[in-house]
Design a protein around this ligand. Structure first.
Ligand SMILES: [Zn+2]
Length: 314
């Protein structure tokens, strides 16, 4: 997401480095910089927490409309964000606090605000997610269908929030992770890999379907030039990672003879079948999960045997 005007100026440090050293030395210098602050254990680097922020005023994003007040009540009563944050604190070390909030924004969006070390998911975005998911519910839907839709909506909100957390964590405010590729794709991958690693591929899968059902298939030139991949591409990228994490378990996602015709049609439409005849994306999950741990390994906390959090809480 992050279509708002927030700019994460990650190019500045590189521009300074390039003026100061020759191209041959730049790689060595960067390598030294990357490791300079990473001495010691993840616990020693863990100086901050993910912290739930509850907006107290209109300026902070407190709800001003009846609908948003409904979301405010729902999210506070439900406690989902608190459980998510607890799990993240058990998994990751932070150099400073990162506040995480549901709030009113005036548009369906989510964001990372580096000036305030905050990520936010807007009530309006929760409403949009709910509308997309509830469109699948009909008078014929069973109680199980409705429960599945609710679970999907929560999973999508988790994944979008994780995408914004990805923006925050890779920035110089937190982990300062090198980015090779489009940042929006990188943090989609971050979100998906975290959800897979936390045993929540269902949340990633629900998010992929969300993108597949919310984007026109004939984008204009402006969309091609945007920072985000087109939603069908985001769909395929997420789905291919989920599939690649366990091809046996998720083989049905790409099988045209199984009930999931919409999925197959979307894969064909974007020309990126994860299992296609050319095996184009074979090995992609292994490649990305390896990069994930190489880059953020120093910030991953060891397992706490006394933890009572359940992976499905996120
Ligand atoms: Zn984004």
């Amino acid at each position: 997401m992050s279509r708002s005007a927030i700019v994460i100026s990650m190019l500045v440090p590189f521009a300074v480095a390039c003026q100061a050293v020759s191209p041959e030395d730049a790689g060595d210098t960067l390598e030294k910089q990357l490791h300079a602050d990473l001495k010691g254990s993840a616990q020693e680097r863990d100086k901050g927490d993910f912290v739930v922020a509850v907006p107290q005023s209109v300026d902070d994003g407190a709800a001003t409309t009846d609908l948003n007040r409904e979301w405010e009540r729902f999210t506070r009563k439900e406690g989902h964000l608190e459980r998510t944050v607890k799990l993240l604190n058990e998994e990751f070390a932070l150099p400073r606090d990162l506040s995480v909030a549901y709030l009113e924004c005036g548009e369906a969006n989510a964001f990372f605000d580096p000036a305030n070390d905050q990520v936010g998911l807007c009530y309006e975005m929760l409403q949009e997610i709910a509308e997309v998911v509830s469109a699948r519910i009909t008078s014929e839907s069973s109680a199980a269908d409705i429960k599945a839709a609710e679970k999907a909506a929560l999973g999508i909100s988790d994944a979008i929030l994780m995408h914004e957390i990805g923006h925050a964590l890779i920035s110089e405010r937190f982990w300062d992770v090198p980015v090779l590729g489009e940042e929006e794709d990188v943090v989609d991958d971050f979100s998906t890999l975290v959800l897979i690693e936390l045993d929540r591929p269902d949340a990633a899968e629900a998010t992929a379907r969300f993108w597949a059902t919310t984007d026109p298939m004939s984008p204009d030139w402006e969309a091609y030039a945007g920072v985000h991949s087109l939603n069908p591409q985001r769909y395929a990228n997420i789905m291919c990672l989920v599939y690649g994490s366990n091809p046996k378990k998720y083989g049905h996602l790409t099988n045209p003879y199984k009930p999931d015709h919409t999925v197959k049609q979307t894969f064909e439409a974007v020309g990126r079948d994860c299992t296609g005849e050319s095996d184009y994306r074979d090995g992609e999950f292994d490649q990305k999960i390896t990069a994930f741990y190489r880059l953020i390994g120093p910030w991953v906390l060891p397992d706490d045997p006394t933890s009572t959090s359940q992976p499905d809480a996120i």
